[in-house]
Design a protein around this ligand. Structure first.
Ligand SMILES: Cc1ncc(COP(=O)(O)O)c(C=O)c1O
Length: 416
């Protein structure tokens, strides 16, 4: 492969990516390559990534269990800490059980490759995260993409998948397709299993999937629902447990996936659901079986994070209030902010070059929020993805809006 030429092509398309070096913990501010800046793009939503309690419990876990787990969960790497976190997560999510994975990416790939296969159908929202897309591809199930949060399109697809065969869950021989282990095509339908897969909060747009409506549809047509709560865990819901908690439909979602790498301030992923499904994943999910268990430090940190999420609801309340304020101020200043009610604000700027130039202007003013370009977002919708965390202040909201206004002014005079 001619890497030099490939890289030139990437550069010419305005899509070249390079690494930026953080030189401090990432909180309200961060030191980037020698300069202190306001961090406006981190997923550390509750500001827990440098919280003293997480640090202390992580260190305590290291003192008791060491720095490495030394094996996969099914061989020698399963500690009392891992099991304790799984119990806590299940209680938090309101499910019978939960299982940990090393990253959120791995949790999605693990769930999709284990739970569906050849002869099954995945219906996937057009804006789903790359890890869901990759998991769906690897699963060997047929994949159909429905338009973003478009219930009519979803219903059209699920009904036509069931057409000419059994049409509702009542007509299925088993109650929940996902409770069964094998992936053979059923004798009564075009697809044995249909799994509707959606982000809870869409990572680049910040909007929330209409989960109760998706569950209605799934129940009508004998499908199951999987929700990726990477950006909702700790942020949405009466107890901060995510999208299903937000809508009160925990018991209607068969597969609840989440990450510990964002609001929970550490890293890792999990799947929560029925005890049988979790047992099945432990037996069949290759990323679980063939990877070393997470390090004790991470587990210790997440145990502390879960306590804080549940005992300090004011963190997410002030975060959401401030995000609404930022959204309103940005809209009032004339920016094209995608609709939503979460701490993720997609400020759409158009072509990749413009988004990159915008990010540079913001950075010159001490605001760190990199440009997001294809393939992360569709062509022509390059943007700045702004995020707030519980560590930001009301004053920061004004600083960000002013920086955007100044950047727009600077770019209009330089004529892009
Ligand atoms: C929606 C979504 N799902 C899954 C992931 C993967 O999670 P992790 O970073 O923990 O691997 C991410 C983010 O990276 C995400 O935004």
């Amino acid at each position: 492969m001619d890497f030099k030429r490939e890289l030139e092509g990437i550069r010419e398309a305005g899509l070249y990516r390079s690494l930026r070096r953080m030189e401090s913990a990432s909180s309200r501010t961060v030191r980037v390559e020698g300069r202190e800046m306001l961090m406006c793009a981190s997923n550390n939503y509750l500001g827990l990534a440098d919280h003293p309690l997480l640090q202390e419990t992580a260190m305590e876990a290291i003192r008791r269990f060491g720095t490495g787990s030394g094996g996969s969960r099914l061989t020698t790497g399963n500690t009392a800490l891992h099991e304790s976190l799984e119990r806590e997560l299940a209680a938090f999510k309101g499910t019978e059980a939960a299982v940990l994975f090393n990253t959120g990416y791995m949790a999605n790939v693990a769930a999709l490759t284990a739970l569906v296969g050849a002869g099954d159908l995945i219906l996937s929202d057009r804006l789903n995260h790359a890890s869901l897309i990759d998991g769906a591809r690897l699963s060997r199930a047929e994949v159909q993409v429905y338009e973003h949060c478009d219930l009519d399109d979803l219903e059209k697809k699920v009904s036509s998948a069931r057409e000419g065969s059994m049409s509702t869950r009542e007509e299925l021989t088993g109650a929940t397709a996902l409770d069964e282990g094998d992936s053979t095509r059923g004798s009564q339908g075009r697809y044995r299993r249909i799994l509707i897969v959606t982000d809870g909060v869409f990572s680049m747009d910040g909007d929330i999937a209409p989960l109760p409506d998706i569950c209605d549809l799934a129940e009508r047509w004998g499908a199951d629902v999987m929700v990726d709560d990477a950006h909702a865990t700790g942020v949405l819901g009466a107890k901060g447990a995510g999208t299903a908690d937000h809508f009160g439909c925990q018991h209607r979602v068969a597969v609840q996936m989440g990450t510990m790498s964002k609001a929970l301030g550490a890293e890792g992923g999990y799947i929560a659901g029925s005890r049988e499904m979790i047992e099945f994943l432990i037996n069949r999910a290759r990323p679980f079986i063939f990877s070393t268990a997470q390090s004790p430090a991470v587990i210790g940190a997440v145990l502390a994070a879960l306590q804080i999420v549940q005992s300090e609801p004011e963190r997410r309340e002030s975060l959401l209030r401030r995000a609404t304020r930022l959204r309103n101020e940005m809209l009032a200043a004339g920016f094209d902010v995608l609709p939503g009610e979460t701490p993720i604000l997609g400020v759409v700027l158009g072509e990749a070059d413009r988004a990159v130039a915008f990010a540079r202007e913001l950075e010159a003013q001490g605001v760190f929020a990199p440009a997001i370009r294809p393939p992360t977002v569709p062509a022509g919708t390059s943007r700045i993805r702004l995020t707030l965390t519980a560590a930001h202040t009301d004053e920061d909201v004004g600083t960000i809006t002013d920086a955007f206004t100044n950047a727009r002014q600077a770019l209009s005079t330089h004529a892009l």
